[in-house]
Design a protein around this ligand. Structure first.
Ligand code: SF4
Length: 249
């Protein structure tokens, strides 16, 4: 199956008891400002085209953001910051994301997260990260991207093993997360990987399996980083420009 089928299965996942309880409790109690909303209260799938050569990997949906709207990064302060920057780079049709029916479209980029359910205090446990990792692995495998922007160390630490399992050769020692750190990965066995790609694939982007994959670290646009000026809008725009270039956009 393709990304649509994957997303459909994901939204029924109940593998992490603590997160299932939290996402549903938040959906039932709500925040006063959103009392008229019917909260999504389920796993939040990635958002963006199914053939995106650029992927942005965050952390997890926000309790009153994605867990409310059902769309990744939609309806919270981090998303406001991210979509404004994506729009400035020409990767989004509009600078704001408020609701699933707001008309927002992404161009060539898909945003997703290593943990798909809202965690208490935005902190998934290592066990929850490991339980959710196969969803990320499946999504990245179907997208076959050229470049991945990773928002923060949590995503970085989750993604690198996924890429190693997918046949990408990781430098040793394993590169540490840093803002603007770019790691270019190559296939561990390029000749072995190639015949399985291309036309053999029923769905998905139909691109040949790339010889190179660029992984770019970026500070997470959390309020802890944006309020303190650790991550500014020009910094994020600059980094997304670079990432779009590396993705061939
Ligand atoms: Fe399933 Fe991931 Fe949600 Fe855990 S975090 S319940 S693995 S979708």
């Amino acid at each position: 199956g393709g990304i649509g089928e994957l997303d459909g299965r994901l939204t029924g996942c109940r593998a992490c008891p603590r997160l299932v309880a939290w996402r549903e409790e938040v959906a039932a109690t709500k925040r006063a400002a959103f009392r008229d909303w019917e909260y999504w209260g389920r796993p939040v799938p990635g958002f963006g085209p199914h053939d995106a050569p650029l992927v942005v990997v965050g952390l997890a949906p926000a309790a009153h953001g994605g867990n409310r709207t059902g769309r990744m990064f939609t309806g919270d302060a981090s998303g406001d910051f991210l979509f404004a920057a994506l729009h400035a780079v020409g990767l989004a049709s509009q600078p704001t994301a408020t609701a699933p029916d707001d008309g927002l479209e992404l161009y060539g980029v898909r945003v997703t997260s290593p943990v798909h359910c809202a965690p208490p205090e935005n902190k998934p446990t290592p066990a929850e990260r490991d339980t959710c990792r196969p969803w990320l692995a499946a999504e990245i495998g179907l997208l076959n991207p050229r470049a991945i922007v990773v928002l923060g160390a949590f995503g970085w630490q989750t993604l690198l093993p996924v890429l190693a399992d997918a046949g990408w050769q990781l430098p040793r020692p394993r590169p540490r997360f840093g803002h603007k750190t770019v790691v270019t990965l190559r296939r561990a066995e390029p000749d072995a990987a190639r015949p399985a790609a291309g036309g053999a694939r029923g769905e998905g982007p139909g691109r040949d399996v790339a010889d190179e994959l660029h992984v770019i670290g970026c500070y997470h646009p959390s309020q802890r980083n944006t309020f303190t000026g650790r991550l500014t809008p020009p910094m994020l725009v600059d980094l997304l420009h670079q990432a779009a270039d590396l993705a061939g956009l």
